[in-house]
Design a protein around this ligand. Structure first.
Ligand SMILES: C[S@@+](CC[C@H](N)C(=O)[O-])C[C@H]1O[C@@H](n2cnc3c(N)ncnc32)[C@H](O)[C@@H]1O
Length: 367
């Protein structure tokens, strides 16, 4: 039998480090269950590195106001922190409701039965609007049916979870997961399984994956659809900021790439579809972070909102403003600034001409 060490300071240090070890391995295991969608700027692949940096910071409450795919909010939730995720896209807010805010609801037997129902009052809006644009008629009819059935679900977390499943199914079925191309997409068909399955087949596969990804961290977490300059949760201990940055190549418009998923997430309600466009676009969302002339001012205002929180900013060496400018802006409100760096490869370009670029990823921490 091991000898008991009765020195309380030693016990608590040992206990603390064991608890830290257990929670570290829980968080790292949990992030492996995160159902990634191909989302521009997603930090999914960088989560272990981000975890390593966040682990060294003292915080209980956290906000991810540019949540995108929700990967980093999911990490912070897995680290046991009370987490708020938000984004100005309803698509992202829906993913956040499904996996950040939702601690307990799964798509169980009764929920699946509800989803399988044939609607008494069938609508064909998606089929009518996107026939010949995206997917095949059978896929579109399935989307109409699911959209209707999802809206009949009473529990908001089950509703969000089912919609998240549908969103990921569509993203997987679409070549490269973006909705900038339409019509006959056979030239993008490289035989990948994701492009062979129907949306319905994806859907039932994704139900299991999302059910496994739902977990509770014992905290009251939230997800919101709101512009970062209007967030209510600005009094958190730590804010993780991952805004889009002024790109050197192409543009960084999320609505241009994911308009179909954004529309699907709310059944295009309140969205003005531009029928003169081939892909049935919806209006872009303005964000000052996309414009060279406005970005510096936007960062100044952003840091000011969160001046009483620890700030962790994700940024890349290919963005504007550059690292030097950003640290100078942050230094106006934070005394202690640390920069963590890491090499990363990202993809850009169009479908015919995908390029890879090696960039340095930064985490700029201000306290
Ligand atoms: C780089 S992505 C975030 C990626 C995310 N960290 C992930 O791992 O998936 C930037 C996000 O900021 C959102 N966004 C851009 N401008 C915004 C604004 N003014 N307010 C709220 N969200 C905004 C976009 O919709 C997009 O989801």
């Amino acid at each position: 039998m091991n000898q008991l060490n009765l020195d309380s300071s030693t016990i608590s240090t040992e206990l603390k480090s064991r608890i830290a070890g257990i929670s570290r391995s829980f968080a790292l295991d949990q992030i492996n269950l995160f159902p990634e969608i191909r989302y521009m700027g997603s930090k999914r692949r960088l989560l272990p590195w981000i975890h390593g940096v966040l682990e060294g910071l003292d915080f209980e409450t956290a906000l991810d106001p540019f949540s995108g795919s929700g990967a980093v909010a999911y990490l912070m939730k897995a680290m046991g922190r009370q987490t708020v995720s938000s984004d100005f896209l309803n698509l992202s807010a829906t993913l956040g409701k499904a996996l950040i805010e939702n601690n307990a609801m799964h798509l169980d037997g009764p929920a699946i039965q509800c989803l399988l129902r044939t609607p008494g009052n069938p609508t064909s809006f998606i089929e009518d609007t996107f026939k010949g644009v995206f997917f095949n008629p059978e896929d579109l009819r399935f989307l109409d049916r699911m959209s209707w059935n999802i809206r009949q679900m009473e529990n908001p977390h089950q509703r969000a979870l089912a919609m998240a499943v549908l969103i990921r199914s569509c993203a997987k079925r679409q070549p490269r997961g973006v909705f900038t191309i339409s019509g006959n997409l056979s030239k993008y068909d490289d035989g990948r399984r994701d492009l062979q399955l129907s949306i319905e087949e994806h859907f039932f596969e994704q139900v299991r994956i999302f059910n496994e990804a739902v977990f509770s961290n014992g905290r009251h977490n939230r997800a919101e659809c709101v512009d970062v300059f209007k967030v209510s949760a600005s009094d958190v201990d730590l804010v993780y900021l991952d805004p889009p940055y002024v790109p050197r190549h192409d543009d960084n418009c999320y609505v241009k790439r994911y308009h179909f998923l954004e529309g699907l997430s709310c059944y295009w309600q309140g969205l003005d579809i531009d029928y003169s466009t081939k892909v049935r676009k919806i209006p872009k969302r303005f964000t000052p972070f996309s414009y060279r002339r406005q970005a510096v001012d936007a960062f100044e205002r952003l840091f000011e909102i969160f001046q009483s929180s620890k700030i962790v900013l994700s940024y890349g060496s290919n963005g504007y403003p550059d690292l030097h400018q950003l640290t100078e802006i942050l230094a106006k409100i934070k005394r202690d600034i640390q920069v963590f760096k890491r090499d990363h490869t990202y993809h850009f370009g169009n479908h015919c001409n995908v390029k890879r670029a090696a960039v340095e990823e930064y985490l700029i921490v201000g306290q």
